[in-house]
Design a protein around this ligand. Sequence first.
Ligand SMILES: C[S@@+](CC[C@H](N)C(=O)[O-])C[C@H]1O[C@@H](n2cnc3c(N)ncnc32)[C@H](O)[C@@H]1O
Length: 114
Amino acid sequence: MKDTDWVFGVYRGQERLRDENGIKAHPTQKPLKLIQQVLLSASNKGDLVFDPFMGSGTTAVAAKKLGEKNIGIDTNEKYVKISERRIKELDEKANLFKTGKAERKNLQMELQVI
Ligand SMILES: C[S@@+](CC[C@H](N)C(=O)[O-])C[C@H]1O[C@@H](n2cnc3c(N)ncnc32)[C@H](O)[C@@H]1O
């Protein structure tokens, strides 16, 4: 493994969005932690993150958790609805899930170590 490699825990599937029949809601949903690290290395709190290929909205969720603004686009209405739902759920649980100052600092330190 190289010093520049990013290491993430095994994608155990709990995060994986599925429909009522257990089918993956989006074929290429990314791990939230991966996108979070990308945003931490490329943006600052308060920045506007634009994702023109939003898919299931992982980037929007990561941005919101980091206190960043987000605009997302997807041609598939089903995926837009999934993203909207994820963002709404995050709003509803804002106090539970919002990445606090301390957590952001920890994530940045993790990124530096990696
Ligand atoms: C690789 S996926 C994004 C996955 C996303 N990062 C996630 O975690 O769910 C790419 C998305 O781009 C959308 N897409 C394809 N062509 C598009 C276009 N011309 N404009 C906007 N979205 C498009 C597809 O519907 C698909 O959901």
